[in-house]
Every structure is written in C-alpha cells, then in structure tokens.
Design a protein around this ligand. Structure first.
Ligand code: C2E
Ligand code: MG
Ligand code: MG
Ligand code: MG
Length: 282
C-alpha cells in the first residue's frame, strides 16, 4: 500500500489506482442488481418544527447492504450511481418506496425524497412521480422532493417546466444543500421552491466561525423576505441548536434531534399506526 510505503514509487500508486478502479467497477456492477436483489432499503430521519418541537415529517435516505461489501455509504454509491445513470432506477425505487411507506402511516406527516440532477435529464420524471403518488395513494402535499442546484445548471428551461409540472401535482420542492456548489441567489427567484435547506457544512462551522453564522443568518433572512421556510440540516450540538433558533429558523434536522431510522423503528417510536394502503387495480 502506497500510504505505508511513504515515498512509494509510481508503480505503487498505479497498483493502488488499479485497485480503486477494480473496486469501483465492482460497486458499479453490483449496484445494477441492488434493487432486484432486495439489497436496498430506506431509513427515515425526522424533521421538526422549530417553534414547538413537533415532528413535521421525515427525509427518506437510501441504504445499500451488499452481502460481501457490507453496508456501502451513500457517499460512495450515490456518485457511482449518478455517473453511470443507475440513479434513475434507484431514484424511482426510492420514490415509490417512500410514498408507499408514508401512505401506510396514519400520522399524515410529510416525506422528503432526494432527487438527483441526473433524474432531471429524463422528462418522464414527472410521470414517475405522478404514478408513485397514484399507486401508493399518498396525498401529493405529503411529498417533498429535495433537489440540489446541480439540477438547475443544464437545460434550465426544461427543468423549470418540470418543476412547474411537479408543483402542479401538488408536491413541494425543496432546495437541498443550499449555499454550496453552484449556488446562485437568482435560482431562488427563477425556480418555484417551497423551502430552503441550509447545507450542513455551515451548521457545523457556526460555533467556531463567525462568517458561517453570518451566512446562516443571511439565508434565514432571505427565506423570510421571499416567504420561504428555512430548515437547518446536520444539527449535532446544543450550541448549533440555540444559534439557529436565535436566528429564526423554521425547521430543524440533525443527529441531536433524531437519527435516521428504519420504517419499523419509526412506527414503534412515534406510535404510528399502519393504515390500510390503497392498492393499484389490475
Ligand atoms: P442529503 O440529502 O443532504 O442528506 C442529509 C445527510 O446528512 C444524510 O446522510 C443524513 O444522514 C446526514 N445527516 C443528517 N443530520 C446529520 C447530523 O446531525 N450529523 C451528521 N454527521 N450527518 C447528518 P446520508 O444518508 O449518508 O446521505 C448522504 C447523501 O446521499 C444525501 O445528502 C443525498 O445527497 C444522498 N442520498 C441519500 N439517499 C438518497 C436517495 O434516495 N436519492 C438520492 N438521489 N440521493 C440520496
Ligand atoms: Mg436531502
Ligand atoms: Mg442536504
Ligand atoms: Mg446532498
């Protein structure tokens, strides 16, 4: 291993690169079958109303358990899925599974599903969302789609039209990881968002870094001016919690308040009852 050899030769590094590439190919080929082989699952992380501490809904997050690779982190497999286009299949699976689960819960709360920029390259995303709602029987206002600004870079007109159609279905559009990457304030004006989610990197720096706190404050102020609720993700400490509340945040999410849990755990902990689910005929 090049790391332990310190000043490794080019040969060491190239052997490492081969190993990385082989690992990546393995992840890629195994990921193609993950859905059919029943290796995917969703976990649900709660979101809270900052004014009264009640749970307002859950974000559905994908998990992949492979028999040999074990639990593979989304940080590893989501980028591979995006680069290969596999995310289109995985994303549809997540959407349908999240709608089905939320529809089976009698709490009436919202479920947020992450939608990749790659999924916006296919106009039938709108039909997929529409049929996920119809097939599950979930009321559209209970579905939130979390998108990042990466989705807004290419084909802005097409993406805008898709977002308008999605909103016409009655679903909520959330801008995720706001403040990072390709952020532009103009996006908030040009696209029909219902909520802003501040990227967790700012929340994590808030206590030590005045400028991070200033950015959080500015995003919350922007939300107020534009009449968009703002949610802070990644809250881990009491200090971060106090600061975002002081700045006037509307919603909260983070390990301090609740970690992602399986559907079964959520049901037990929240006393949710299963309602008879709508079944597709035919
Ligand atoms: P994201 O959409 O920004 O989701 C939030 C991530 O932050 C989740 O990581 C969540 O577990 C983590 N998180 C929330 N609060 C805390 C906290 O207090 N501390 C720490 N350390 N982490 C916290 P996860 O589940 O590993 O997902 C990472 C990313 O992978 C997501 O970021 C999202 O971009 C992507 N992802 C996950 N599931 C899906 C999916 O179904 N579809 C798509 N397209 N992307 C997904
Ligand atoms: Mg998200
Ligand atoms: Mg996020
Ligand atoms: Mg993200």
């Amino acid at each position: 291993n090049a790391k332990f050899n310190g000043r490794g030769t080019a040969a060491f590094y190239s052997a490492d690169m081969d190993a990385d590439l082989r690992q990546r190919r393995l992840v890629e080929s195994e990921l193609r079958h993950a859905a059919l082989r029943d290796q995917l699952s969703l976990v649900f992380q709660p979101l809270f109303d900052a004014s009264n501490g009640t749970c307002t809904g859950y974000e559905a997050l994908m998990r992949w358990h492979h028999p040999d690779l074990g639990q593979v982190s989304p940080a590893t497999f989501i980028p591979v899925a995006e680069e290969t286009g596999i995310i289109v299949t995985l994303g549809e699976w997540a959407l349908r599974e999240a709608c089905r689960t939320a529809a089976s819960w009698d709490d009436g709360l919202a479920v947020a599903v992450n939608v990749s920029a790659v999924q916006f390259r296919f106009p039938d995303l709108v039909d997929t969302v529409s049929s996920a709602l119809t097939d599950s029987g979930l009321e559209p206002h209970r579905l939130e789609l979390e998108i990042t600004e990466t989705s807004l870079i290419e084909n802005r007109e097409t993406v805008l039209a898709m977002l308008q159609k999605l909103r016409a279905l009655g679903v909520m559009i959330v801008i995720d990881d706001f403040g990072t990457g390709y952020s532009s304030l103009g996006n908030l004006q040009a696209f029909p968002f219902d909520k802003i989610k501040i990227d967790r990197s700012f929340i994590w720096q808030m206590e030590e870094d005045e400028s991070a706190r200033a950015i959080v404050k500015a995003i919350i102020g922007l939300g107020k001016s534009l009449d968009l609720p703002v949610v802070a993700e990644g809250i881990e400490t009491f200090g971060q919690h106090r600061m975002v509340i002081e700045e006037g945040i509307e919603q909260l999410q983070g390990f301090l308040l609740g970690k992602p849990k399986s559907a079964g755990e959520v049901e037990v902990l929240s006393g949710i009852r299963r309602v008879p689910t709508f079944r597709k005929r035919g």
